[in-house]
Design a protein around this ligand. Structure first.
Ligand code: NAP
Length: 331
């Protein structure tokens, strides 16, 4: 059983600890919150010892692996702090704000080669994601894709009321690209590789962060268009184009329904019913590696995820630069 510590007590951490419990591979032992009351409420429901000092949490907390679900701008520093304390790390996406931070995380990992850092890009661990990859390997030509992930954030109500929620600020490395765009950038990089060129056209918010945007990733023979947003809802399906054949997804990040439309007009369902908790596949995958880190398959999977994470974070940065989106973390 892996002993688990958590940073951040919002709903996503609740979903993560429920997935961890359902996997039967983790036991929550330590909870960090900036506020005693918030930490206690979380621990009363889920278990664990509460810490309100991050230093004490890492020094005294009895856990093997930490799940970091704080605002984006804190991920890199907290990951490095965790590695230096000898902890394995599962960190919410995006792992870093920019390539400088990625290099710092890599340095910290190199100093602790026995430890691992997993970026929690949940959907790439789901069976329906792998089913798409398998179908792509059987298609003779890829002619591009249009991938959409636009979901109205409940926090946009607060933004409209005059507040500046973390996720809509550059201070916390927020915005549509970092928060939701990361999923479709993961899709593109995992399915088609690193793009040769990128463009990003944004609808900026008063905070300077992007509320919505259209990204174009250029490859040798095709382009991939990404529609992303947090201030509106889109019900558009997403598509990957072959010649006469097409893969159609209900949603490029949630992947609940995936249908292959073959050249002859027939259709084949690629998706299976997703798990009730969308984080179950990733917590299972991470535990498999952590429980047997020297297993060659596990080492290969881990290196693949880490490599993918570095490319995705690099593409996010390149897209941001194209849109002149600067974060305080960049300075
Ligand atoms: N995988 C997914 O499906 C998914 C879904 C949603 C979010 N996420 C990711 O999860 C992370 C957290 O997102 P969120 O929307 O929950 O963020 P958030 O509400 O802004 O912050 C998350 C937690 O961090 C702590 N926190 C808040 N402001 C802070 C500050 N100024 N300094 C230090 N700690 C602070 C709070 O915990 P305490 O008050 O207890 O300290 C809070 O519960 C993000 O990286 C996001 O991308 C992932």
């Amino acid at each position: 059983m892996l002993k688990l510590g958590i940073i951040g007590t919002n709903w996503i951490t609740q979903q993560f600890v429920e997935a961890a419990a359902a996997s039967q591979k983790y036991e929550l032992t330590s909870v960090y919150s900036r506020h005693e009351d918030t930490g206690k409420t979380f621990a009363e429901k889920n278990g664990g010892q509460v810490y309100t000092s991050l230093e004490t949490f890492f020094k005294a907390g009895d856990f093997d692996v930490v799940y970091i679900a704080s605002p984006n701008s804190l991920h890199a520093a907290q990951t490095i702090q965790a590695l230096d304390a000898g902890k394995e790390v599962i960190v919410e996406k995006p792992l870093v704000s920019n390539p400088t931070e990625y290099a710092q995380v890599k340095d910290a990992l190199a100093a602790h080669p026995e430890l691992h850092v997993f970026e929690a890009a949940r959907h790439i661990h789901e069976p329906n994601f792998r089913a798409i990859r398998k179908q792509l390997s059987e298609m003779s030509v890829i002619n591009g894709a249009t991938l959409t992930y636009m979901k109205y954030s409940s926090r946009f109500d607060n933004y409209l009321a005059g507040e500046n929620p973390n996720v809509f600020t550059t201070t916390f490395s927020g915005g549509a690209l970092q928060d939701l765009g990361v999923y479709v950038v993961y899709d593109a990089v995992a399915w088609f590789g690193k793009p040769n060129r990128v463009h990003y056209y944004t609808t900026p918010l008063r905070t300077g962060a992007d509320g919505k945007g259209i990204a174009v990733l250029g490859y040798d023979d095709f382009d991939v268009t990404l529609n992303i947003g947090k201030n509106t809802n889109s019900y558009l399906p997403s598509e990957i184009y072959g010649l006469k054949d097409t893969i159609v997804m209900d949603n490029a990040a949630e992947l609940k329904s995936v249908i292959y439309h073959a050249s002859d007009g027939s259709t084949k369902r690629l998706s299976t019913e997703p798990a009730a908790n969308p984080m179950l596949a990733e917590v299972d995958d991470f535990a498999t590696v952590l429980n047997d880190p020297k297993n060659p398959d596990n080492m290969r999977h881990y290196q693949t995820w880490l490599h993918l994470s570095e490319i995705v974070n690099g593409v996010l940065y390149d897209l941001r630069r194209k849109a002149s989106l600067v974060f305080p973390a960049d300075k």
